[in-house]
Ligand binder design. Structure first.
Ligand code: GLY
Length: 368
């Protein structure tokens, strides 16, 4: 299958996203057009590196790169400034220079941390993203959001720093745990609802969406390219989230509240987003932003991806409403919701009265 190239046409920092089956074995060749200087630090984690580290390093070396590696322990608890400090130490040991490259081989945590280190080491070195999870391929690796968590909240420390390239090898999804594949599918469904009705229709026509090996290579290529195109189009129009980019947080308002009230233990991020999309869809129906039919179509798709659709019944509405006040989109104390107006389009609104909101949260499973 041929490479699909998506252009992220930013005025200052334009780059390309390449979707190329088998790309991991040709990583060096993919980087050649960028004319990077030879010193490169490959950053990965202890789950991903054993699968793909050797082939990636061999390909980079064959293309003339002098490769060093830094392997993080896997998982969100390690997304800290202390981990970044260790990465800086490795960058120093390997004498990275301004024109050197940090390459992230991993999911969103590895990509966000590597990007933050790339933004700050020597005030900015080259950065390349090689995402290995579906969620990172369609969302986190594109658009330049980098950072780490603070004890008081996720992603509170960070910088916008665009990669020089994003290289996606869909075949790497074969080793992704099924739960993580489904979680990434939540973000794909998000693009169908907020931006791309045709993508939504193609997902709706698929017989299964819950496993890598049940999705044909052609559909997977479509899913990746349409999602990346949607992300690129939004970022192109609003790189630093002055307005439009907030629509990428569809489903994240109630989703983040559910994640934080369950202490980030019960759901992975994409699952919480799925619940948040169900809630946003129900609010949109209640307020007549979209039709009951569109809402049912969204619910069917989320269920087909075997994602959760209910708020856990031990979460109380009052606690969810309080948690919503910590949402990053709150302005002047008003929670701003991203609500769909039809399949393929959304609107940002701060006009969601508490009473119908509370009723919808109960209908979605929360305790009154
Ligand atoms: N993940 C949302 C964004 O990149 O803006």
């Amino acid at each position: 299958m041929l490479t699909t190239t998506i252009h992220v046409d930013l005025p200052q920092n334009a780059y390309q996203v390449a979707i190329a089956p088998g790309a991991i074995a040709q990583l060096g060749q993919h980087l050649t057009p960028l004319q990077l200087s030879p010193r490169l630090l490959l950053v990965s984690d202890e789950n991903v590196f054993p699968h793909y580290g050797e082939v990636a390093v061999a390909s980079l070396q064959a293309a003339g790169f002098a490769v060093a590696t830094h392997i993080f322990p896997a998982g969100e608890p390690h997304k800290t400034l202390a981990s970044i400090q260790q990465l800086y130490d490795t960058a120093h040991t390997h004498r990275l220079e301004r024109r050197s490259t940090l390459l992230a081989l991993g999911g969103g945590v590895v990509g966000d941390m590597t990007g933050f280190a790339a933004a700050t080491w020597l005030r900015g070195v080259n950065f390349v993203q090689v995402p290995t999870t579906l969620l990172a391929m369609v969302d986190a690796a594109i658009g330049g959001k980098t950072g780490v968590n603070h004890p008081q909240g996720k992603n509170l420390i960070g910088a916008f720093y665009q990669p020089r390239a994003v290289i996606i090898d869909p075949q790497m999804l074969a080793t992704l745990p099924r739960r993580e594949f489904r979680a990434g599918m939540a973000e794909v469904i998000k693009y169908g609802v907020i931006w791309d009705a045709d993508l939504f229709d193609q997902l709706a026509a698929a017989s299964q969406l819950d496993r890598y090996d049940a999705v044909s290579p052609a559909l997977l290529q479509t899913i990746l390219s349409r999602s990346c195109q949607a992300k690129a189009a939004v970022v192109r129009q609003d790189e630093k989230e002055a307005g439009l980019r907030a629509i990428l947080n569809y489903g994240h308002t109630v989703g983040h509240a559910v994640e934080s009230l369950t202490h980030y233990k019960k759901f992975v991020h994409g699952e919480a987003v799925a619940i948040g999309m169900v809630a946003a869809g129900a609010i949109a129906q209640q307020l007549e932003f979209w039709t009951a039919k569109d809402n049912a179509r969204q619910l069917d798709l989320i269920a087909k991806a075997q994602l959760p659709t209910q708020i856990p019944d031990n979460l109380r509405v009052a606690d969810i409403l309080t948690a919503l006040q910590s949402d990053k989109k709150v302005q002047a104390g008003r929670v701003r919701f991203i609500l769909p107006t039809a399949i393929g389009s959304v609107q940002i609104t701060a006009q969601v009265p508490t009473d119908p909101l509370a009723r919808v949260l109960v209908a979605c499973g929360a305790a009154a």
